[in-house]
Design a protein around this ligand. Structure first.
Ligand code: GLN
Length: 193
């Protein structure tokens, strides 16, 4: 099983370590041609969405990534990755991949002071630790988007087909349940659709 991890900027190593510890093979995606080696899934890590989006545009990768996702490649998107997927960003004019019908608000919990951790229930996985770092939150969801978790009345995780997106960082703690769920999706073992 080969999972691609977008590695142009941000917290990609942590995702890679976690997926490798669960037995997956990872491919770091730094340029367009790297995508050809990805067969089973894609991770869009946290970081800075403006920087990631600019690099993806310069590297001419947005179109290829979008068509792989629209073609059914499972995606795990965290924090900035969620912003890259979103169809609309309420406090920013950019749209990057636009494959996920949600509106997100960037830096919705303030700057560094807005960073926090908590433990909450998430659909399909149960209780998980959630680390928020200058996180976005999901303001509105479109048709067929399933809400997987909320924190204090704000949506923080969703699923749309095979796209899983969350405002927090599941790679920055010891818990592996979210990555396990994602690998099941990539192996097409999941029966939840
Ligand atoms: N604040 C970042 C952005 O807007 C996201 C932060 C993160 O990925 N931890 O892109």
């Amino acid at each position: 099983m080969k999972i691609g991890i977008l590695a142009v900027q941000g917290a990609f190593i942590e995702h890679q370590k976690k997926l490798e510890s669960l037995g997956a093979q990872c491919v770091e995606i730094r340029q367009k041609s790297d995508l050809e080696r990805v067969s089973d899934g894609l991770v869009l890590p946290g970081g800075e969405s403006t920087v990631q989006g600019k690099l993806l545009r310069e590297l001419d990768m947005l179109g290829d990534l979008r068509s792989r996702i629209e073609g059914g490649l499972p995606v795990l998107a965290t924090c900035a990755g969620l912003i890259l997927l979103a169809k609309e960003i309420s406090n920013d004019d950019h749209v990057y991949l636009g494959t996920l019908p949600v509106t997100v608000e960037r830096n919705a919990y303030g700057r560094q002071l807005g960073s926090f951790r908590t433990v909450r229930e998430m659909e399909y996985v149960g209780q998980v630790p959630m680390v928020f770092i200058r996180a976005p939150y999901i303001k509105t969801v479109g048709k067929d988007v399933e809400v997987l978790a909320e924190v204090d009345g704000r949506i923080v995780a969703v699923r749309y087909g095979k796209q899983y997106a969350m405002s927090f960082h599941p790679e920055l703690n010891e818990d592996s349940k979210i990555h396990e769920m994602f690998l099941k999706e990539c192996r097409r073992e999941q029966q939840i659709f």
